[in-house]
Ligand binder design. Sequence first.
Ligand code: SAT
Ligand code: MN
Length: 605
Amino acid sequence: MYLGVKWSPPKEEVNFIMAFTNNRKVLDFVEKSAQLAMPDKIVWIDGSEAQLAALREEAVKTGEMIELNQEKLPGCYYHRTAKNDVARVEDRTFICCKKEEDAGPINYWMDPEKAYKLCGEIARGKMKGRTMYVIPYSMGVVGSPFSKIGVEVTDSIYVVLNMAIMTRVGLDCYAALGEDGDFIKGFHCKCDVDPEKRYIMHFPEDDTIISVNSAYGGNVLLGKKCFALRIASYLGKQEGWMAEHMLILGVTFPNGEKHYVAAAFPSACGKTNLAMLIPPKHYLEKGYKVETVGDDIAWIRVGKDGRLWAVNPENGFFGVAPGTNEKSNPNALAATKRGTIFTNVAINPEDNTVWWEGLTKPAPAKLIDWLGNPWTPESGVKAAHPNSRFTAPAVNCPCLSPEFDSKEGVPLDAIIFGGRRASTTPLVYQSRDWDHGVFVGSIMSSETTAAATGAVGVLRHDPMAMKPFCGYHMADYFGHWIEMGKKIENPPKIFNVNWFRQDENGEFLWPGFGDNMRVLEWILKRCAGTVDAQETAIGYVPYAKDIDLEGLDYSKETLERILYVDKARWAAEAEEIEGYYEQFGDRLPKELRASLETLKKNCAN
Ligand code: SAT
Ligand code: MN
């Protein structure tokens, strides 16, 4: 795979290798990686607490991590990334398939040979003086038919410790692979954290990921976006399943019935908050309960019963810290109270705990900001980076679903798409059927956030919230959705929501957070066929009377306003979509073109 430089691992390391796995593909991958990067030492991660504890200690000694107040935040640590390395880098993220046209117009593409050579040159010898860690991990419960194994090599303890939270790391992964099993190869080298030489390369045809010159989560925790979305979406297309940028939650009704929904929103648009929602008081009193299966990624298959079944392949939450507080998301906050790694938030030096914008009001008088500088509320800059994160173990979450570890997953009643749109898109609407639902997902637009580098607040198309994460041609991905629809006897209903409508002064028109339960209830009633809806140009929209406003100081007029489908605006939207679709040419499924024609027709009369 890499252009060779002679390197021979110390003998005892080889024996160590043999003790852990005799999978020759793993051994070959590790040896080739070492030949390229030339680490002083190879450490085989076994997932044991003893080994992780030793690594934490080492990272604290070198300054890579800071130990936080162990009484208030047991097992919690703090890490700062380089100032130039705080978010995903979409323009340096490549899909490296043989044919450029297979990557499609939305992805950055590089010829695989060129990409291997480029990364090989960049990473050559860059682990000299460092240790290379070999992380065996599973996306999904080991032994589930949904699950897939990866092996990531990295020169970063921070990556090892984050992977140990976010995925299932352990030697049972090698056992699952056996002597000859295939896995996703992940090579990560932080090199010099040089933004000009930063590349996140995906080779879907070779089951390989290479990441160089970054140490930020989304670029280097290779099980997450790189594997569980980009590579997995490609595998899903080949193998007849789906890898989606979706949370999964379960709603328990007062009669004990459970219903599950999956929802796709772009990064930093509230997936974690919706997944961990606490319903308004009167719902709780009636016995409603919301439980979290996942907050970011769903792997979805057709079950024997002809329904769609979903698992969360992850094992933790890599959540956006700013805005998370006792009111907005007490469950996420509770999840961060132990065994959590905080990245680029602020430190409160008074008690060696963490702080970020929105955690408490007012802010503490003195902090150390994410850059390591003294900070006061008068500083005029943010104390925590807007994309600062917590990496929290899923088991910490008070509302974690009992189905979290289920090998079969959970059956979906509804799929929800949603973006951040100040106007046009109503609070909620339902698609007419599966194919129209695929259209609704394909036309998603959302304002950009701090989760990726570049301007924030710019409206852009983000189909199914997969724009940065689809490992192949986006039109073929739409086609895969259409094809899946044909295989599902009992498909979930598909909806679109928008929690982010604003008035003329930029004030949000919907309270969001726990009150989104009111919309979820309507969605589930639609699935059960127990509530009516009005047919509009874009699909089915609730009658205002059917959204429960009990206990909320909220006017029916405002509700009607955010449910209103403005045909003139949608006519303009349709025209814009037509332009957007042009880039897909003939590869765009005819079903989507037909839905666009229907939209245009509906808006014209
Ligand atoms: O940085 S990540 O890609 O892991 C999180 C996100 O942007 O959704
Ligand atoms: Mn995400």
